[in-house]
Design a protein around this ligand. Structure first.
Ligand SMILES: Cc1cc2nc3c(=O)[nH]c(=O)nc-3n(C[C@H](O)[C@H](O)[C@H](O)COP(=O)(O)O)c2cc1C
Length: 160
């Protein structure tokens, strides 16, 4: 199971081990490689939160739904961009696939909505004025070894 697309599963239990600088750089590179509707790259930004002070602030704001991951990859989009959530979702997938290829676990969370109720924390982590958190990807070393699951027939797929 070396294909990172198949290797990726939602991981919600992480060890305390920090994500290395080299891995963070690769995650950021994957984020930067994400497509965006009409090439409006200026409408999306990311905040990589790893410092304990800011992790605590964000975890509290999102009621612990970041699963106490050692890295929260917050993807924010311009409030008035109707493509914001779509762009952020595509970018989140890029980041999660890269995480899987690095042996890291990740989970897409919608808790960004909770973060948006807390402008002080948004400002502390560097979300620009006029932007809102769209997706938060929790990332870290999985506490338990990833188990292979058969997901080959999960959705209805029609071929003609
Ligand atoms: C749009 C979207 C929102 C999600 N929101 C959450 C969430 O808030 N918290 C969470 O733990 N998982 C969340 N997930 C992860 C799903 O629960 C997970 O992808 C699903 O159960 C399938 O499992 P898998 O990712 O291991 O294949 C979300 C996934 C998507 C695509």
């Amino acid at each position: 199971m070396s294909d990172p697309v198949l290797k990726r599963v939602s991981v919600r239990k992480f060890s305390r081990e920090t994500v290395s600088e080299a891995d963070v750089e690769k995650l950021v590179k994957a984020f930067n490689a994400s497509p965006a509707a009409m090439g409006k790259f200026e409408n999306m930004q990311a905040m990589v939160v790893q410092k304990p002070k800011y992790l605590d602030e964000v975890e509290n704001a999102i009621n612990g739904h970041g699963h106490n991951a050692p890295l929260l990859f917050v993807i924010a989009t311009r409030k008035d961009d109707p493509m914001g959530e779509r762009n952020a979702s595509v970018a989140a997938q890029n980041v999660m696939i890269e995480a899987a290829s690095l042996g890291l676990g990740s989970t897409y969370t919608l808790s960004a909505m909770e973060l948006n109720k807390n402008p002080e924390v948004m400002s502390h982590i560097g979300i620009d004025h006029g932007f809102e958190a769209s997706v938060i990807v929790a990332i870290g070393h999985p506490e338990e070894e990833l188990k292979e699951v058969d997901r080959s027939n999960r959705y209805k797929v029609t071929r003609k």
